[in-house]
Design a protein around this ligand. Structure first.
Ligand code: MEV
Length: 428
């Protein structure tokens, strides 16, 4: 198991990082080439969606230092926002001081919904459906023999009454399906469609919608970490101060939806980046996360932060995570396959355990920065680098121009151009 501690990784050139990664995870020359080129070619893209005219690339970075359930993990992240990969890596390093992340998952169960209208008596139709539970589950399982072969299939049936709606009363059947290592949208949609005629026959109603719910609250991933307060001290802030401020910052998200939305967005910065890297449907993950955050009727934080009896900072995160290691895009995009190889995960549940840990680390990175020096400082350095590049700096000029812009607190293109000219003149 390769150690995920790669000190100084961020200071290396991308070529050096790629070489180091290749050695650690035994990349083939084809895989290295795929990383250099972005993985996808136009021919395969053209088969994926409609009206294709090109490709669109994003950076793929590796978050280091992750220890999840005692396992060293290198985490591929695809994201355009500066500070995300660095933040996750740094917080993973702090979490190691307390043993890393402890993560777990519930079963890989997805919910399919079937809407049944024009039912004359909702309570008796509900009981009639529950009486036929075994028959309905058997039909649903039979709809996907391949899934059944690998141990998946229908597990449960719930019937909900909606006595009043803009379209009048109706019934909702929840079909719970264990989708194993697949995300399961196709399996669930197929099963819902397959049982629809039986549901109509039993209830005498009319089936309308038959589809997956993204509120995957039977497919939860959970992570926790405990960080000794001494590990949190930096730049003149004591560890206890940083810990207490993080808890206070979390309290804001716990009670206020305006703050909770941003707090959860910070979590999703990490979660989405790994979901995208592994070819997963991050819109489904986002939808599930936000719906779960609002499950009490009031939108709140997905994570919690507090202090334990020993004074450690303790964090938890629980959220639906319908991520897959098989099926769909995970196997189509060469870099998604490669991301799974780098992560060295075999099952969807293992993947979800890493993803939720990254979400917690990312949340901590944001809270720590916000509750101390603010997030602008770190952003400014990265922003200055981008301005230096835009002004035409190359090689070691980039760092020098960026540093000068930050020193002057004038991170502007016109100033970068002047500084670059001055450097050129000094050299000439
Ligand atoms: C920025 O992408 C994410 C943060 O706004 C998250 C937060 O405020 O907790 C920094």
């Amino acid at each position: 198991m390769p150690n995920s501690r790669l000190p100084g990784f961020y200071r290396k050139s991308w070529q050096e990082r790629l070489a180091l990664l290749a050695e650690r995870v035994r990349l083939t020359p084809e895989e290295m080439e795929a990383l250099r080129l972005g993985g996808l070619n136009l021919e395969s893209a053209d088969r994926m969606i409609e009206n294709v005219v090109g490709l669109y690339s994003l950076p793929l970075g590796i978050a280091v230092n992750f220890l999840v359930n005692g396992r060293e993990v290198l985490v591929p992240m695809v994201v355009e926002e500066p500070s995300v990969v660095a933040g996750a890596s740094f917080m993973a390093r702090l979490a190691r001081e307390g043993g890393g992340f402890i993560a777990s998952t519930s079963a890989s169960e997805m919910i399919g919904q079937v809407q049944i209208l024009e039912v004359s008596d909702l309570p008796s139709a509900r009981l009639a459906l529950l009486e036929q539970r075994e028959r309905i589950l058997a039909e649903a399982t039979a709809a996907d023999p391949l899934l059944a072969q690998i141990g998946g299939g229908a597990r449960d049936l719930e019937v909900r009454l909606v006595p009043a709606s803009p379209a009048g009363p109706f019934l909702v059947v929840h079909l719970v399906i264990d989708t194993r290592d697949a995300m399961g949208a196709n399996a669930v949609n197929g099963a819902c469609e397959a049982i629809a005629p039986t549901l109509e026959e039993i209830t005498g109603g009319r089936v309308l919608l038959r589809t997956l719910s993204n509120l995957a609250d039977r497919r939860l991933a959970r992570a926790r970490c405990s960080i000794p307060s001494r590990a949190l001290s930096f730049a003149g802030y004591s560890g206890d101060t940083v810990r207490d401020r993080i808890v206070e910052a979390y309290a804001f998200a716990a009670v206020d939806p305006y703050r909770a939305a941003t707090h959860n967005k910070g979590i999703l910065n990490g979660v989405d980046a790994v979901a995208i890297a592994t070819g997963n449907d991050w819109r489904a993950v986002e939808a599930g996360a936000h719906a779960y955050a609002a499950r009490s009727g009031r939108y709140t934080s997905l994570s919690s932060w507090g202090r334990d009896a020993k004074g450690n900072l303790v964090g938890t995160l629980e959220m639906p995570l319908a991520v897959a290691t098989v099926g769909g895009f995970t196997r189509v995009h060469p870099l998604a396959r490669l991301a799974l190889k780098i992560l060295d995960v075999q099952t969807a549940r293992e993947l979800a355990e890493v993803v939720v840990s990254v979400g917690l680390a990312q949340n901590l990175a944001a809270l720590r920065a916000l509750a101390t020096e603010g997030i602008q400082r770190g952003h400014m350095t990265l922003h200055a680098r981008q301005i230096a590049l835009a002004a035409g700096a190359s090689g070691d000029q980039v760092e020098r121009v960026a540093a000068q812009l930050v020193r002057e607190q004038a991170i502007r293109l016109d100033r970068a151009q002047v500084i670059l000219k001055e450097f050129g003149a000094a050299r000439g």
